[in-house]
Design a protein around this ligand. Structure first.
Ligand code: ZN
Length: 223
């Protein structure tokens, strides 16, 4: 099987897995992945993640011209912003996952560090998560906001909308997205209960283990 055919299949299998677990519903959410020749595969506009057809996945050249498949998602600027600003980005996943969206709406959420460092894996896979403002659906300004981060963040949370996560390949991006949603769930479950988050030293030790980016505890860690 060619690299392209394999990646088309994997996008559909992983998208269905996310959909079946209730991580995004209806026709929400989108996935893109980069092939080694620099072209992009992307889920089509209006498609449901639970019912994708590998042959209809959008294939775009480096200038975002459609090579085959259906027209791509309208949220394409979100995806290209990560590929253009983060070296080594191989895939981008965007969902409308419930717990992450809930966290994005809470007044106490720190826009520069939207989820507390509750678990080593969330720190390792996600680093600090930036909360971005509310945008109208399909607004290209979403992409501009991601570009404004200059490739410093792996994951962002669009307020009242959903998370966007970049990874070195499709599996890494999906696993990081799952970690983000689980951490958002833990954040809500432990909200107001004074959970013991990782200490600054623990976060440093995790970061040393090869994670990209850093976590700024901003005084929220145990001392
Ligand atoms: Zn969306």
């Amino acid at each position: 099987m060619s690299e392209e055919a394999k990646l088309r299949e994997e996008i559909c299998v992983l998208a269905k897995s996310l959909f079946d677990r209730g991580l995004t519903c209806g026709a929400s959410g989108n996935i893109s992945a980069r092939l080694s020749d620099g072209t992009l595969l992307m889920t089509p506009t209006g498609s449901s993640m639970g019912f994708l057809d590998p042959s209809r996945i959008s294939h775009l050249d480096a200038n975002l011209q459609l090579l085959s498949g259906d027209r791509p998602t309208k949220e394409i600027p979100l995806h290209t912003a990560f590929y253009d600003t983060r070296n080594g980005t191989g895939a981008v996943v965007h969902l409308h996952s419930t717990h992450s969206v809930a966290v994005s709406m809470l007044p106490e959420t720190d826009p520069d560090n939207a989820l507390p460092p509750l678990t080593p894996y969330s720190v390792m896979r996600l680093g600090r998560i930036k909360l971005l403002p509310v945008f109208l659906p399909g607004d290209a300004a979403m992409g501009d906001a991601v570009r404004g981060l200059a490739g410093q963040r792996t994951a962002v949370l669009l307020a009242n909308h959903g998370p966007v996560v970049a990874g070195r390949d499709l599996w890494a991006a999906v696993f990081a997205m799952e970690e983000l949603e689980e951490t958002a769930k833990l954040t809500l479950l432990t909200r107001g209960l004074k959970p013991s988050v990782l200490t600054i030293e623990e976060v440093r030790a995790v970061n040393k283990m090869g994670q990209r980016g850093t976590v700024n505890l901003n005084g929220s860690g145990r001392e």
